[in-house]
Design a protein around this ligand. Structure first.
Ligand SMILES: Cc1cc2nc3c(=O)[nH]c(=O)nc-3n(C[C@H](O)[C@H](O)[C@H](O)COP(=O)(O)OP(=O)(O)OC[C@H]3O[C@@H](n4cnc5c(N)ncnc54)[C@H](O)[C@@H]3O)c2cc1C
Length: 416
């Protein structure tokens, strides 16, 4: 085990000046592993962590072409919630929220999960109907969600303009108290540190350039640091996932779109819940440091570019001011973009593929950070037992050929 972080340890090192050990180590790339995981985001690292922790499988490599968390996992707006629309989605994301609730203690790493509540605004009768639908599906599965009227919205989020004079008046909202935000870097680093402590090798600057398949079964991968043999290879590369699956000859109905976000200068805390408006294509939360974090829908074209655009900031500012006119003087500090692997039904693709031993955990679109823990837990279970856990059975690749889509667009588009 690695050094435990504790208040006492902090004081001791403060007094002695002793250096902190590296949170995860560098290793030579072995020529064989039991499991190779491609992609060092929250999904790849969580899968490695649960393989080692829950199943004792530690001869595992996580191969990351850049630095861990450099993909969507370090670029997202960190919203966690489970108020989805389908029974499959609600049960799955609810398990993830539960894992997140215990994650700081499990990882001995403060992930700063702040369950401050999540409001999805309704600006039309049909949106209110969808909120009612979601509230009922959620309640049936024991997830805390209710529909509020405009006065209720004002009580939960006083800075919102709930007057009927606005262009799109707020008629009500779906209120989800367990939802909130988290420190995404801490989650990535915590899983990396936990996996490393149990013997997993994390290889940064190691790009997978090919996947070896012989007689319909995976044999290993080719990388910029040499070839690696492995009977199990897991694709956790989100925005790049079609490229990696393509190396194994597996086609997937995934398209990659950029998604942008922006953050303002810090201001005194005034917004104590996450607010999402699908109609206005915008969402906002306030960090513990006081910055406002804004996001929207994906850019309207497929691309692997992560450049920001002025159109995005202009549209965002206009929409945010419709919700909270008082923000007109607040300055945007920074904007950025990440890649999102969108599926036709806004649900992930998890599990086996036609190539034996080549597994996928992809299709995370704009909403996959919150799924990191449960995806890691269930993928590790699948690898260790060879059986697909019930929780992810509905997210199989074969559903697109069989016409069994898990339609989450009503709960996952702007909501993330
Ligand atoms: C702006 C923005 C806001 C978002 N907001 C939210 C939100 O509020 N809540 C939420 O739940 N989700 C959100 N998301 C989505 C979320 O960030 C992603 O779904 C999630 O991080 C995916 O995690 P991952 O581990 O699967 O992939 P990633 O974190 O993208 O990791 C994949 C990794 O694979 C690596 N890789 C790619 N190709 C190769 C290769 N050939 N060899 C080796 N490595 C390779 C990449 O470098 C990358 O580090 C948002 C996304 C963005 C961009």
């Amino acid at each position: 085990m690695r050094t435990r972080y504790s208040a006492l340890g902090l004081v001791r090192r403060g007094l002695t000046g002793a250096p902190w050990p590296r949170a995860w180590r560098r290793h030579d790339l072995s020529r064989t592993y039991d499991v190779v995981i491609i992609g060092g985001g929250v999904h790849g690292l969580a899968t490695a962590y649960y393989l080692a922790t829950n199943h004792g499988i530690t001869n595992v490599a996580v191969l990351e072409k850049g630095y861990i968390g450099g993909g969507g996992s370090g670029r997202n707006t960190a919203i966690i919630r489970s108020n989805y629309l389908t029974p499959e989605g609600v049960a799955f994301y609810d398990r993830s929220v539960k894992l997140y609730e215990g994650l700081s203690a499990d990882l001995n790493f403060n992930v700063m999960f702040s369950q401050r509540g999540h409001l999805t605004l309704a600006h039309s009768d049909s949106a209110l109907r969808t909120m009612q639908w979601r509230a009922q599906v959620n309640t049936l599965q024991g997830v805390d969600s209710e529909v509020l009227d405009a006065a209720g919205v004002k009580r939960v989020a006083p800075p919102l303009d709930t007057s009927p004079e606005t262009r799109y008046p707020i008629l009500g909202a779906l209120y989800h108290p367990p939802g909130g935000i988290i420190r995404h870097d801490a989650v990535v680093w915590g899983y990396a540190r936990g996996a490393d402590a149990r013997g997993v090798h994390i290889h940064q600057d190691t790009e997978v350039t090919g996947v070896d398949v012989v007689d319909g079964a995976v044999r290993g991968v080719r990388t910029t640091r040499g070839d690696v043999a492995a009977p199990t290879v897991v694709n956790c590369t989100a925005g790049w996932s079609t490229l990696v699956s393509g190396m194994a000859g597996v086609r997937m109905p995934v398209s990659t779109f950029p998604l942008q976000a922006a953050v303002t200068e810090p201001v005194r805390p005034f917004l104590h819940t996450v607010v999402v408006s699908g109609t206005l294509h915008v969402y906002v939360s306030q960090t513990d440091r006081g910055e406002l974090v804004f996001g929207a829908s994906v850019d309207p074209f497929t691309s692997y570019s992560t450049r920001g655009s002025l159109e995005f900031t202009e549209g965002l500012a206009a929409h945010v001011l419709q919700l909270m006119p008082a923000l007109s003087q607040v300055r945007v500090l920074r904007q950025w973009a990440g890649l999102c692997d969108m599926t036709p039904d806004f649900s992930p693709i998890m599990g086996i593929t036609p190539v034996e031993g080549f597994l996928v955990d992809v299709g995370w679109g704009t909403y996959g950070f919150k799924a990191g823990p449960v995806a890691g837990e269930t993928m590790a279970q699948l690898i260790a037992t060879g059986k697909t856990p019930d929780l992810i059975a509905g997210f199989d690749l074969a559903r697109f050929a069989d016409g069994r889509l898990v339609g989450e667009k009503g709960a996952a588009a702007v909501g993330h």
